[in-house]
Design a protein around this ligand. Structure first.
Ligand code: HEC
Ligand code: HEC
Length: 227
């Protein structure tokens, strides 16, 4: 009787693990399925072009959630919507497991965009004041990341994205560290405008809409240098 119970218990344990493994996807199968993604997201999910997000070391839970959103139209991008359309739930889980197991590459120092063209002088010059340097922006961004801005009700990013930008796998809060600054600026601006927003609570829209463009650039620069 005891042995029989034990056998059942082991059976349940093995069955349980098997379902969990299945739900988590198979990284080996994911590597093959991700072959068509490499042209934009790079080998091992480390894209070279700064407007294509790196996927390496990202939480599988978050990757699957985004792929589903692209497929269902809750998140829109002309390139990604087409890429996600043919993927099954199993494909997404495998691809998620594959990228989650890769190591993200570090970035070099961000560079400021060139100042706006001054050939045409229809526009009055920007209000006086020297534009902030990259190190100044990184310092400002790190402070915002850790402490938020109480007065303007910008929540501290650290609360959800972690002290090292590592995110939170069970909650599907994305890892941010070493992501391309250009992509971070683009996607935060999309959250701000409402162009991106596929969480029911719309947390990131509520946060980003209170941020200035300078704060978005500052926090993006800081995050891009986090390892
Ligand atoms: C032609 C280029 C291109 C190809 C090919 C491509 N992607 Fe993308 N992908 C993008 C772009 C651009 C974005 C950012 C979209 C945005 O700004 O919202 C993106 C975003 C994503 C995101 C969201 C990342 C994040 O941090 O939120 C995931 C996940 C993703 N792609 C997975 C894939 C997978 C899996 C494949 C292959 C099946 C693939 N992509 C193929 C261009 C591409
Ligand atoms: C209350 C929790 C919470 C806080 C605080 C928070 N975030 Fe997020 N963030 C999220 C969630 C959830 C998502 C994923 C949204 C989705 O699924 O589209 C996200 C997504 C993002 C993304 C997109 C990542 C990608 O790969 O596309 C960026 C960038 C980001 N957050 C930056 C920030 C910054 C900067 C702050 C602080 C100013 C911040 N977040 C504060 C919960 C939070």
């Amino acid at each position: 009787m005891k042995i029989k119970l034990l056998a059942v218990a082991i059976g349940i344990a093995i069955y349980g693990t098997a379902t969990i493994l299945h739900a988590e996807g198979n990284a080996r199968a994911g590597k093959d399925k991700a072959a068509s993604c490499n042209s934009c997201h790079g080998d091992n999910g480390n894209s070279v072009a700064p407007n294509f997000p790196k996927l390496a070391q990202q939480h599988a839970s978050y990757l699957v959630k985004q792929l589903r959103a692209f497929k269902e139209g809750a998140r829109k991008d002309p390139m990604m919507s087409a890429m996600a359309l043919p993927l099954s739930d199993g494909d997404m889980a495998d691809i998620g497991a594959y990228y989650a197991a890769q190591k993200i590459s570090a970035n070099s120092m961000p560079t400021l965009p060139p100042p706006p063209d001054e050939d045409e002088d229809e526009q009055p010059a920007a209000p006086a004041g020297k534009p902030k340097s990259v190190p100044e922006l990184i310092a400002q961004g790190s402070d915002l990341y850790r402490n938020g801005d109480l007065q303007r009700e910008v929540s501290a990013c650290i609360a959800c994205h972690g002290p090292f930008g590592e995110g939170n796998q069970p909650a599907a809060f994305p890892a941010l560290h070493s992501q391309h600054a250009d992509y971070l600026i683009k996607t935060l601006t999309d959250f701000k405008s409402g162009a991106r927003g596929n969480t029911p609570e719309n947390m990131m829209h509520m946060i980003a809409k209170k941020m200035t463009d300078e704060e978005i650039r500052a926090v993006a620069y800081a995050i891009s240098m986090m390892k």
